[in-house]
Design a protein around this ligand. Sequence first.
Ligand code: SAH
Ligand code: SF4
Length: 344
Amino acid sequence: MKKSFFQFTFLELQELLSSKGLNSSGANLLYNWYYKKKNAYSKEIQDIAKSTLSFINENLSFSLPKVAMVQEANDRTVKFLFELEDGNKVESVLIPFHKKYSICLSSQVGCAMKCSFCFTGKQGLKRNLKAYEIIGQFLAAWHWLKENRPGEERILNIVFMGQGEPLHNFDEVKKACDIFTSQYGTSIGHQKITISTSGYIPGLKRWKDEIPGVNLALSLHSAFDEIRNELIPINQRYPLEEVLEYIDNIPLRYKQFVTYEYLLIKDLNDGERDARALGNLLQNRRALINLIPFNEFPGTQYKRPKEDNILNFKEILDTYSIPTLVRTTKGDDVLAACGQLNTK
Ligand code: SAH
Ligand code: SF4
């Protein structure tokens, strides 16, 4: 099988061309064509040496994930179901804000972490995605926008909050970030990329040296280990205190925060005691709290708290002076909200 063009970082592409005796400047032209201009595949590309083009066309594949299904929510959120070459499916979500978009990408088919509140977790892990399949979600969504919402094909932020635990597929996620941030291509700043993790320490250990500058979001969900153990089983192996120690050691830019995502589940972690414990835990950290009211899905025993409880919870946190947002649920009429992605 041909290797995907989208699997090569800029440097690797230069090396590939050089190793075949071709001019490595072809890498600039190719990155410009496919990433900066985001052209569709074409056999002829201006200014590139014929020998380079014929090598590329014969040896590399340019195919993107196939759009198996698209659902557009009333609020213009778009959920894609993508089919990969081996028939596996993953989902990505375009989240609109003022005719620009953030894209929520998947990093794995399914997930091994088995969080009790997560629809994806119920699937188990099928396999890791390769970098080209992560990049492919972005490019395929971009091409869909260009065709269906012309003039709106602007995807400015990337969040790894789709299916999968990104740090459990570190190498490929890192490579995808490398390609996204390349100045020769899409040139997306590190500060525009956020990786959300359940607290997978082997990945947190590598963060500072290998993906510095990328924003970190921790799925916290409780300041108490007993509750966190129930919600996020890997907390038993990587307890919160250790997770936070690693996070505290990641250098932050001026005005950069770590986002702590806190799922609010009725009668489980939404009480005053929970809010105070959360406030105490984060008040001396460079933290931003994202409260996520639980999104119900078929078969779950958990419930979303009432609106009043959500507001109470936020008010208590405000007394700790920690910036706190309540995440409004987008796209829930098409099950595109967090934790509702399941492709079985
Ligand atoms: N695996 C990573 C990233 C994907 S999950 C992680 O766990 O952080 C992205 C976010 O959606 C996480 O904060 C997760 O806790 C949240 N989430 C999962 N299931 C949810 C649900 N049913 N309702 C609301 N948020 C959910
Ligand atoms: Fe995996 Fe994240 Fe879902 Fe947990 S919440 S099962 S880590 S995708």
